[in-house]
Write a new protein. Structure first.
Length: 257
């Protein structure tokens, strides 16, 4: 295992929208592997750290960062939206990689990795990814897994008060804002074909209560038939952080990279 890289900060936005995004960048051979974490997670969590250890041993470039309102980045979580976190993701990828990185997206990070890929490819950017590894990708989660699944009282709280404090099995309740839900509708992908233009490998637990495997199958149906691999882990949960899950993840990233 290598030493943890020094913490850096990248400014995104201007004036009162500026956020200082915390970044850990390990130098090494390319293409760089970039970690995009999940909703309310951070770049020092188990899977990201395991991939950093792999990168250190393999001599690979590895990049991880915290969205605003997460981990060591500035900003309030309640101000976060998919547009805001996508802007930060693209800014980090563009500033910290040379070309054609491999994006590894977990849960919400899977949706953001797809959105970043589509945006960068449409712009003809040299940073358009060469491959995607997605763990329980929560594509369209603000609409399909939140709004449509919420009880009526939760939807009323969001519409009337602008926020719903959602209970969590992982800790304290957290805010789901009307801004997050409404902004998410600008980025929905499951109403048409999704053309990332690169190989995609998906790892999905079948005991995942947060991103059900049938939701991910629906997502796969929207991808092109070629160069898409889906690994279903029958006893896997949402986090997929057991030693055997980490082994699968590292193998998928190493094969893609």
């Amino acid at each position: 295992m290598g030493n943890t890289p020094d913490l850096q900060f990248l400014g995104v936005g201007a004036d009162d929208t500026r956020r200082d995004i915390a970044v850990l960048s390990r130098s090494g051979a390319g293409p760089a592997v970039v970690w995009l974490g999940g909703f309310r997670s951070d770049m020092r969590a188990t899977k990201a750290t395991a991939l950093d250890d792999w990168a250190a041993d393999a001599g690979r470039a590895f990049l991880r960062f915290d969205y605003s309102g997460h981990g060591e980045s500035s900003g309030r979580f309640e101000d976060g939206t998919i547009s805001r976190w996508l802007e930060e993701s693209i800014a980090v990828i563009s500033a910290q990689t040379t070309a054609a990185p491999i994006l590894v997206g977990s849960s919400m990070g899977g949706w953001l990795a797809l959105l970043a890929t589509l945006r960068l490819r449409a712009e003809g950017s040299p940073h358009a990814p060469a491959g995607l590894v997605l763990i329980a990708p929560a594509v369209d989660f603000t609409e399909r897994l939140m709004w449509e699944a919420f009880p009526e009282e939760a939807r009323q709280a969001i519409e009337r008060e602008g926020v719903f404090m959602r209970p969590s099995q992982y800790g304290e309740p957290y805010a789901i804002t009307r801004r997050l839900i409404e902004d998410g509708r600008r980025h929905l992908l499951l109403d048409g074909a999704i053309e990332p233009g690169c190989p995609v490998h998906i790892l999905q637990g079948m005991e995942d209560p947060d991103v059900p495997w049938r939701h991910v199958l629906r997502f796969v149906e929207h991808l092109p038939g070629e160069a898409v691999t889906l690994t279903l882990i029958k006893d896997g949960d949402h986090r997929l952080s057991r030693p055997e899950d980490i082994e699968r993840l590292v193998a998928a990233v190493a094969a893609m990279a």
